[in-house]
Design a protein around this ligand. Structure first.
Ligand code: SF4
Length: 386
C-alpha cells in the first residue's frame, strides 16, 4: 500500500526554484555567483543548464569559502558495518531482504575487535551502520555497540534504522554524537516505488528522523540524497531546503551533507538518472557557496582521482580505508559481500600523503569526548567563541 504523501511539506516545496533552474540564463548564474547571501534561488541558477559554463568560477568561490571556514584541513572518519540483516526492500541496496547474501551481525567480541583495529589506525571518529531494526540488531544491540565505540573514539555516529526521540536519547546516553539518515530521494511517489516494503516505506517518518535525533540531544545530523535515483536538480534543491529547515529549527545543531552516488551493488539496480563527475563537482561547489559553514562529506564511493580533486574544493570531511562488509576490517572473516562497491581503495597513509601534497592537513580529531560528559564545557567554549 502506498504511503506517499500527496505533496511535500511547504518548507520543502522546490517548485518555485525548479522554475528558476528551468529558465536561468548566464546573467542569472553570474548574479548568483556575485550574491553575498545566496539561497535557494542562487542554488537553482548554479545547478541550471546555464550553470554548466561556470564550473571554474564556482570552484574558485567554493575553495575560498572552504578555506575560510574549515582551514586547510580534511576531517577523517571511518564506517563500520555492524549488521547486514534487513527487513526493507530498497530496490537499490545489496542488503535488501530479498538479496540472497550471507547475513550476520557482529558479536560484542567482534565489535571490540573491529573497533580496536580502527582505533589502532589512528581514527577518532567512527560511523556505525546497520540495516532496518531486526531481532539481530535492535536498539539494545546498537546502544551496546555505541557504548563500546565511545570508550575508544571521540565521535561516534550511527547510520541505522529511524528511531523515536526517546530511543535516540538512549543512544545519546550511550555516547552517540551524530546520526546520519539519507532521504534517498525527495520525490514521494518514486520513493514509494523504490522502497518496495518495510518500515522505510514511510516517507514522512523518515523525513522527520533528523529532527527527532536532534531533539534527543544528538550533536549533529547527516543528510543526503542517493544521487542517480531522480532528477538531481529536484533532489539537490530539497536537500538544501531540508538542511536550511533543520538549521532554522535547531539553531545549535550541526548539519552535514553527503553526496552518495549510486554504485554497482548486488541486485544490479541501474541508476535511472545518472550524473557525471562534472555535475557532481558543480553540485558540491554550489552547496558550499550556499551553505558556507556546513561540513560537506565525500565517501569512498567516489574514485581516488575525483576525491583528490574535490578535497578542499567544497569537501571538508572524508572517509578512507572503508569496507562495506560486516566485519570488513578483519580480512580473515570478511565475507566479501558489501552494501556497494568501494571506489577508492587507498590505505590511510597513501590518502593522507595525497592530501598533504595538495597542502591539506588530514585531521583525525575534531571534537573531544569530554564534551559528551560535560556539555556545559561546550556551552562555555561556544560563548567565548561567539
Ligand atoms: S538501504 Fe538500508 S534499509 Fe534499505 S535495504 Fe539497504 S540496509 Fe536495508
Amino acid at each position: 500500500m502506498s504511503t506517499a504523501p500527496a505533496a511535500l511539506p511547504a518548507w520543502l516545496d522546490p517548485t518555485p526554484w525548479l522554475a528558476v533552474a528551468a529558465t536561468a540564463r548566464p546573467a542569472d548564474v553570474e548574479a548568483a555567483l556575485a550574491c553575498e547571501n545566496p539561497g535557494a534561488r542562487e542554488l537553482a541558477a548554479m545547478l541550471s543548464p546555464a550553470g554548466e559554463a561556470y564550473l571554474e568560477a564556482m570552484a574558485q568561490r567554493a575553495r575560498a569559502l572552504t578555506r575560510r571556514h574549515f582551514g586547510d584541513t580534511i576531517t577523517l572518519y571511518v564506517p563500520l558495518y555492524l549488521s547486514n540483516f534487513c527487513s526493507n526492500g530498497c530496490a537499490y541496496c545489496a542488503f535488501a531482504a530479498d538479496r540472497r547474501i550471507p547475513r550476520r551481525a557482529l558479536t560484542p567480541a567482534e565489535i571490540d575487535h573491529e573497533l580496536d583495529a580502527l582505533a589502532s589506525l589512528g581514527f577518532e571518529e567512527v560511523l556505525l551502520l546497520t540495516g532496518e531494526r531486526t531481532p539481530q540488531a535492535d536498539l539494545d544491540y546498537l546502544a551496546e555497540a555505541v557504548r563500546r565505540a565511545a570508550r575508544r573514539f571521540h565521535q561516534v555516529a550511527v547510520e541505522a534504522f529511524p528511531m523515536s526521540t526517546d530511543e535516540y536519547r538512549v543512544l545519546v546516553d550511550a555516547g552517540c554524537t551524530g546520526v546520519t539518515v539519507y532521504q534517498e530521494t525527495y520525490e514521494p511517489r518514486l520513493y514509494d516505488r523504490l522502497h518496495r516494503w518495510g518500515p522505510k516505506k514511510d516517507f514522512l517518518a523518515r523525513l522527520e528522523t533528523p529532527s527527532r535525533a536532534l531533539r534527543a540531544g544528538v550533536h549533529s545530523v547527516g543528510l543526503g540524497a542517493l544521487l542517480g535515483l531522480h532528477d538531481p536538480i529536484h533532489d539537490a534543491l530539497c536537500l538544501y531546503l531540508h538542511a536550511r529547515h533543520l538549521l532554522r529549527e535547531h539553531w545549535r545543531a550541526g548539519v552535514a551533507l553527503s553526496f552518495p552516488r549510486l554504485r554497482p551493488q548486488a541486485g544490479d539496480f541501474t541508476a535511472p538518472c545518472p550524473i557525471d563527475d562534472a555535475w557532481l563537482a558543480r553540485l558540491i561547489c554550489a552547496c558550499r557557496i550556499c551553505l558556507p559553514e556546513v561540513p560537506l562529506l565525500l565517501s569512498t564511493r567516489e574514485s581516488a582521482a575525483f576525491r583528490d580533486g574535490m578535497a578542499g574544493l567544497g569537501i571538508s570531511k572524508m572517509s578512507i580505508a572503508s569496507r562495506t562488509t560486516v566485519g570488513g576490517y578483519d580480512r580473515e572473516r570478511d565475507d566479501g559481500v558489501g552494501q556497494f562497491e568501494v571506489n577508492d581503495h587507498r590505505d590511510i597513509d597513501t590518502f593522507c600523503a595525497s592530501l598533504r601534497a595538495r597542502h591539506l592537513q588530514p585531521v583525525f580529531k575534531s571534537w573531544d569526548a569530554s564534551y559528551r560528559e560535560h556539555p556545559q564545557d561546550l556551552d562555555t567554549l561556544t560563548a567565548h567563541a561567539g
